[in-house]
Design a protein around this ligand. Structure first.
Ligand code: F6P
Ligand code: MG
Length: 492
C-alpha cells in the first residue's frame, strides 16, 4: 500500500529563495576549499526548501513515496512468514519505518544514527555532530538529507535480530531486470561470442575498430543509467524498452543529447591502454549493471585492461544502487535463471555464455567487487581524500575511475549551484587537484539540478526553452578529468 502521509509541515523554514536570488548570490562563489564543508559547499547548496528545485520535489514527495513503497514491500514479506519470532521482529522494523516516515513528513531535526555496531557509524555521527546539529530534513543540504534518509532506513532493520540485511528494494530491482528482455538479448546477441578482430587487419585498422566499438559501448553504458527505479516508479514494459534501446541508430540519435562531451579524449586515452586497470564506481543494479558488465567484458577481451574493480554499496541505497547481493544475483541469474519466459533457447545460451565468462573473471581476480563504507555516507567526493584515504590511495593505482550515474555526479560536484560552463575539473575540486588524483570520468544521464562542463550558453538556452531538462534523463554528460595520476599521494 502506498504511504498515506506525503504532506510536509513547512512552517518553521527559512524564507523562500528563487533561482534568480541564488544566481545573484553566486558572485561570492566558489568558496575556497578551506572554507568549504558539507553544510557550505563551494557554490550554494541545494536544500529541500528551495521550492524551484528538484530537491524540493524529492524531499517532499519522492522520498515519502519511496518509503511508503518500502513499507508495502515489508508487509508482503511479513505475509509470507510463519515463524512468530521472525514476524514480531519484522513488525518492529515496520514500526521504525513508520517513525522514519513521521520524521520525514513532519520535517524533524536530524538525529545521530543509533549505534548498530556497523563500521560506518563514526563517519555518519561525526558528520552530523560537526555540521548538522539542529538541522532538519528540509534545511540541511539536499544531498546530505537524502543520504541520511537511506541510512535511517537501514537502521530500521539493523536494529533487528533476523532482518539486518533486508533490502526493501530487492524485489523491484529483480523485477525490472526481468522485464528488460529486449535490450538484454540485443546486447547478448552482439557480445556473447568471444571478441576477436576480423582477419587480416593491421594494427592501425585494429585501433580504428577498437575506437568505434569503445565509443558505442561507452554510450550503451551511459544510457544504461536511464532505468532508475527511484524516478520511474511503476514503469511499464514499453517504458523500459524505450529507455533501453541500444541499437546503433538510437545511439547516433542520442549522441547529440550528450551536452558536455569528452568522449573523443576518453576514447583516445582508453584505446591506447594495454593491460591496465579501470575502476567503476557503480550506480544501479539490474540492466545498468548488465551494461557495465558488457562494457567491462570487452575492456578485458580487447587487452585494454587486465583488471576491473567495481565499487558497490554496502547498504540498500537510493532504491536501485548495486549491493553485493544484486551483483551475485545478476551473475547467477544470467547463468542459471529462468527470468525470460519468452526467450528462445538460442538467446538463453548466449546469455549463459556471457554469464559464465563473467563469473570466470571474478574467480580469476580479473573482476573484483569492493564495497567500502564511504560510498554510503553523506560525504561528497571532495572529502574522499580526507575521510577515506585508503580508498583515495587505492583509486590512485587505477588508470581510470569511471563514476556512473546521477548520484555519483552529484557527489563529485558537491551537488551545488555551480555555473553550467564551469569545467568538470574545477567542479570536482580535490578529486582533480590533489596530488595523485586519478583520471576520473563521469558517465551520467542528467536527472537532477547540478550541471557543469557544458559549452557556453547551452544550459542557459535549455533553461529558457525546455522546462524540466535537468530531470528528464533525456540529456547526459561524458566528462573527463586528467587528474594528477603521476604524482605521489600526500596526506596532511
Ligand atoms: O533522488 C534524487 C536522486 O538522487 C537523483 O540523483 C537521481 O534522480 C536519482 O536519485 C538517482 O539517480 P542515479 O541512480 O542515476 O544515481
Ligand atoms: Mg542509483
Amino acid at each position: 500500500m502506498p504511504a498515506a502521509k506525503v504532506m510536509l509541515n513547512l512552517g518553521a523554514l527559512p524564507p523562500k529563495q528563487n533561482a534568480t536570488d541564488m544566481k545573484k548570490d553566486g558572485q561570492n562563489y566558489p568558496r575556497t576549499p578551506s572554507r568549504t564543508n558539507p553544510n557550505a559547499p563551494p557554490w550554494p547548496a541545494y536544500r529541500g526548501y528551495h521550492e524551484y528545485s528538484f530537491a524540493h520535489a524529492t524531499m517532499s514527495v519522492r522520498l515519502p513515496t519511496i518509503l511508503g513503497k518500502g513499507i508495502a514491500d515489508v508487509h508482503q514479506t511479513l505475509n509470507q512468514e510463519s515463524d512468530e519470532e521472525r514476524i514480531t521482529d519484522l513488525v518492529a522494523c515496520i514500526h521504525r519505518m513508520e517513525d522514519l516516515m513521521d520524521d520525514l513528513t513532519e520535517n524533524s531535526k536530524l538525529r545521530p544514527i543509533i549505534d548498530d555496531g556497523a563500521g560506518d557509524i563514526p563517519l555518519w555521527n561525526k558528520e552530523i555532530a560537526k555540521y548538522f546539529q539542529g538541522k532538519d530534513f528540509m534545511n540541511a543540504p539536499w544531498l546530505f538529507a537524502e543520504a541520511y534518509k537511506y541510512r535511517r532506513l537501514r537502521e530500521c532493520f539493523s536494529l533487528s535480530k533476523h532482518w539486518v540485511e533486508y533490502d526493501v528494494f530487492f524485489r523491484q530491482k529483480c523485477d525490472t531486470f526481468s522485464r528488460s528482455a529486449t535490450a538484454v538479448f540485443e546486447l547478448a546477441s552482439r557480445f556473447a561470442q568471444p571478441f576477436k578482430h576480423a582477419d587480416g587487419l593491421n594494427d592501425d585498422e585494429k585501433l580504428a575498430a577498437n575506437k568505434l566499438i569503445f565509443r558505442e559501448l561507452t554510450q550503451v553504458c551511459l544510457w544504461g543509467n536511464s532505468t532508475d527505479l527511484s524516478l520511474l516508479i511503476d514503469m511499464s514494459e514499453e517504458d523500459i524498452k524505450k529507455l533501453q534501446s541500444t541499437g546503433g541508430e538510437h545511439l547516433a540519435a542520442t549522441e547529440k543529447n550528450i551536452l558536455g562531451n569528452h568522449l573523443e579524449n576518453l576514447t583516445n586515452y582508453v584505446t591506447s591502454m594495454k593491460g591496465g586497470r579501470i575502476d567503476f564506481v557503480l550506480d544501479n543494479a539490474g540492466f545498468e549493471l548488465y551494461c557495465d558488465f558488457v562494457y567491462a567484458d570487452w575492456l578485458i577481451q580487447s587487452g585494454i585492461c587486465d583488471q576491473i574493480v567495481f565499487h558497490g554499496k554496502r547498504l540498500p541505497w537510493f532504491v536501485s544502487d548495486v549491493t553485493r547481493k544484486d551483483w551475485d544475483w545478476l551473475l547467477n541469474s544470467c547463468v542459471y535463471g529462468y527470468l525470460f519466459s519468452e526467450a528462445s533457447e538460442a538467446d538463453m545460451d548466449q546469455l549463459r555464455l556471457m554469464g559464465r565468462r563473467w563469473k570466470q573473471y571474478e574467480k580469476e581476480g580479473k573482476w573484483r567487487y569492493e564495497q567500502h563504507p564511504f560510498w554510503c555516507t553523506g560525504y561528497t567526493f571532495w572529502d574522499l581524500h580526507s575521510e577515506a584515504p585508503d580508498v583515495f590511495l587505492d583509486l590512485h593505482k587505477s588508470d581510470l575511475v569511471i563514476f556512473k550515474g546521477d548520484l555519483n555526479h552529484r557527489k563529485l560536484t558537491y551537488d551545488c549551484h555551480v555555473p553550467y560552463a564551469t569545467s568538470f575539473a574545477e567542479a570536482i575540486g580535490p578529486m582533480a587537484s590533489q596530488p595523485g588524483a586519478p583520471r576520473v570520468c563521469s558517465l551520467r544521464t542528467i536527472k537532477s539540478d547540478v550541471v557543469c562542463g557544458l559549452p557556453k550558453d547551452v544550459g542557459e538556452k535549455l533553461d529558457e526553452e525546455e522546462a524540466g531538462w535537468k530531470i528528464s534523463g533525456k540529456y547526459a554528460v561524458i566528462l573527463l578529468s586528467e587528474g594528477r595520476p603521476d604524482e605521489k599521494v600526500v596526506f596532511q
